[in-house]
Every structure is written in C-alpha cells, then in structure tokens.
Write a protein that binds this ligand. Structure first.
Ligand code: GLU
Length: 423
C-alpha cells in the first residue's frame, strides 16, 4: 500500500462512500499528487444546525440539518436538499462530492453541495413541513445565495419546498433573489421542463448508450425501480418512445407485465391508491423481483445501494441507467463489469436535473425567459456532449463509464483549482 493509499484509508469519514472508493481506484491511473488528493477528499465547508419547530400538538421538537459545500472551484456550489429520517452528515458530504463531479462532467459552471434535514416527512403535515423548511433556511441563510450555494429539490422535497425556501430567504434578505434556489414552481421563476428534466436527460444519455449496444428504444424492454417524480417521468418518456416498460415498483412493491404496462392507467392507479402495487394491468412483484425481470434496460430511480452483491447476479439487463444517486454498490459494480453489463453512472445519467437547474439560474439572474424549445434543445446538447466526452475517455467503451466520468470530473475540478492558484 502506497503512502497516498494509507492516507486515504485513515480518513474514515470520507472513505465509506462509493465516491471515495472510486476516487481511490482512479488516483493511481491518473497519477494524482498528494495535494490533489487532499483537495478532493475534503469538503470545504460543513454547516450543521439544530433548530426547534412547534408541531401541531403544541410540542416543540428539535430538528437536525446539514449543508455541505464540497467544492466551488468551478463556480457557485449547487445541490439539492433532502428530507430523510436516516440522513447523516457523511451521506450529505458524499452526495455533495457527487454533485461537484456531476456539474463538472456535464460542464456547467457550478461546484457541488448538498443539504438535508433528518426528518420523516410522512410523519408531518404540510404546515409542519413548511415550518421545518423555513427554520432550516434561517439556520443556513448565511451560507446559501445566488453566487454562493444554490439549493434544489432532492429526495422527499419538491417545488412546494423550493417555494418556501425562496420566500424565507427573500424575507431574510429583504429583496427578491429568485436565483437562490432552483426547481421552483414556474409561477415563481421556475422552468416547466425542470419537472421532468432528470428523466429526460436520462433518456438522452440512454439513447446514446443504446446505440453503442446496437439497441433502439422502440421495442426494447425496460424496468424502472421507483415511481416518484423521476421514475414516473422515466416510465412515461420511455413508453412514448416505443419502449415496453415491463415492470415498475415503489416502496410498497411493484407490478410487471411482459407485454408492457399501460403507463397512463398506472399513473391513475397510483394517484388513487398512492402506490403502483396492486395495479390490475400487471402481476404483483416485489422490489427485488423487479431487479431480476427480463429486460434490456434497468433503471434504478429510487434510493442508494439497491443493487448489491446479493442481487447483482440476478440482473438480466444489458444496460443499467442510474437515475438515483449511488444505487449500485462497489461489489455490484464489479460484477456488472465482469458480465459486460454497461452501467451509465449517476453523475452522468441523472445530471439532466441540475442542467435545467443551471438554465433556471441563468434565466433568473438575467430576467430573460427562454422558450421551452430552447431549454429542451440545450438539455439534449449538454447531455449528449457529456456522454460522448465520457465515452471517448473510456477508449470507446472499453473501460467502465463510471471510472471515465469520475476521471473527467476530477480533471475539470483540478484544472479550476490549479488556475485559481490552489495547486
Ligand atoms: N438533487 C438533484 C441532483 O442530485 C438536482 C440538484 C440541482 O438541481 O441542483 O442532481
């Protein structure tokens, strides 16, 4: 073990993650120096706050929130805010690192950050969630801003949450600042297409990946794990392109139909019952069974670590498109590589969301609103360019796309640090 390896091993807080494992595996190939590693393995700022919120039963409860700015060499930091009962500061840091890489891979002028509150949103009503959101923003208000760090939606937060964030921040600053947050409702300066941009960006890179495997969406079979905003839009967009969506699932279970699910009917079923499970147009399956269905494309669009050593060998798909952040463990990634399953990594596959966030930020700063056609055209161009940049780095697909994407992101961040005189 080299000295650099040892140093990385010692730093437990940053080593537990997929991101850092990947970084460790590429650092020798890239010949990274000690200084470069030091810059890449540490977040620039971690803000942790506790704040009281009065619940509807009259009790006051303390909540815990974090905001991590990982790196901002390429521009203001960018990254979502998630609400999750198991959230830790280590998770937030890893996700912030992934955001820095993601923005660099798609070449938008942002650094990376992430934030979150340790809360189970299902236990609170809308008014309580609003109070939690506002209290969190009051706690981190000095650390966010249009030219500092710009939040957006993430797991269990949405446009409504972003509207509260905007309103609370503007009250504190006593002026309009629409560019402080993206993923806002269109009536408050958001972009209509932001609602489905993560899925659409995923479709653009998937189409490029399919060309490499001699496939086309028409007639191909796909399984989508997760039927929240991203999963549902992905199923719809794939269906519109003639792809047979043969299985979908959510936390309550899934539904499968080898001839293809009727996505519109499924959407209506979910709107009525709150879940895709029990849909009459398909057979009931579990989340684990979904990962193993016969298909060409598997889209994990739920939480992290869903594909692991225990189930990777059951996967039949030839392409895994990571719409969730970190859905594949290191072991599963190795197994997919050995079986020649192409994994389109999260920092490329799900970057469509942050790309349209960037367009929203530009529009808010310039007060100039683009026609939807321009938004969609630029999203397509940005995503396909990123895919070809990554693919080219991969010697025409001979290495892992994940490794190539990391190398590209790391290289671009380090170039910016060097130009700033930090290396
Ligand atoms: N939360 C999304 C992500 O992980 C979007 C971030 C953004 O738009 O800033 O990429």
């Amino acid at each position: 073990m080299t000295k650099q390896h040892e140093q990385l091993h010692r730093d437990e807080t940053v080593l537990r993650s997929m991101g850092m494992t990947e970084l460790r595996s590429i650092y020798e190939d890239m010949g990274l120096t000690q200084e470069e590693l030091a810059i890449l393995t540490r977040p620039r700022r971690i803000v942790t706050a506790t704040f009281p919120v009065t619940l509807k039963n009259g009790r006051i409860r303390m909540f815990l929130g974090h905001r991590v700015l990982y790196n901002d060499a390429r521009g203001p930091a960018k990254g979502g805010i998630r609400f999750h009962p198991d959230l830790t500061v280590e998770d937030v840091s890893e996700l912030a690192f992934l955001m820095a890489l993601k923005c660099a891979v798609v070449n938008i002028p942002f650094g990376g950050s992430k934030g979150g509150v340790k809360v189970n949103p299902a236990e609170l009503d809308s008014h309580e969630l609003e109070q939690v959101t506002r209290a969190y923003i009051r706690a981190v208000a000095d650390d966010i801003g249009p030219y500092k760090d710009i939040p957006a939606p993430d797991v269990y937060t949405d446009e409504r949450t972003m509207a509260w964030i905007l309103d609370e921040y503007e009250r504190i600053m006593r002026r309009h600042q629409p560019a402080v947050v993206t993923g806002k409702p269109p009536a408050l300066g958001g972009i209509e297409a932001r609602r489905y941009s993560t899925a659409l960006g995923g479709v653009h890179v998937l189409e490029e990946a399919m060309k490499e495997r001699g496939l086309t969406p028409k007639g191909a079979r796909a399984a989508v794990q997760g039927f929240g905003n991203v999963g549902e839009n992905m199923a719809r967009l794939l269906h519109e392109r003639g792809c047979r969506v043969v299985a979908v699932s959510d936390v309550n279970g899934g539904t499968a139909n080898p001839s293809g699910l009727d996505i519109e009917a499924l959407r209506r079923h979910k709107a009525g019952s709150g879940t895709v499970a029990g849909f009459s147009g398909g057979k009931r399956i579990s989340n684990e069974e979904l990962l193993a269905v016969d298909c060409e494309i598997l889209v994990p669009a739920a939480l992290s670590n869903q594909l692991h050593a225990g189930n990777a060998k059951e996967v039949k798909a030839s392409i895994v498109l990571e719409l969730a952040n970190g859905p594949t463990t290191v072991d599963a990634d190795d197994m997919f590589y050995a079986r020649d399953i192409m994994v389109v990594p999260d920092i490329l596959a799900n970057a469509g969301g942050v790309v349209v966030s960037y367009f929203e930020w530009v529009q808010n700063l310039s007060n100039d609103f683009w026609p939807e056609e321009k938004v969609l055209k630029r999203l397509h161009r940005t995503m396909t360019t990123a895919f070809s940049d990554v693919h080219a780095r991969c010697r025409g697909g001979k290495c892992r796309l994940r490794k190539a994407a990391y190398e590209l992101g790391v290289r671009r961040i380090l170039d910016a640090e060097r130009l700033r005189g930090n290396l």
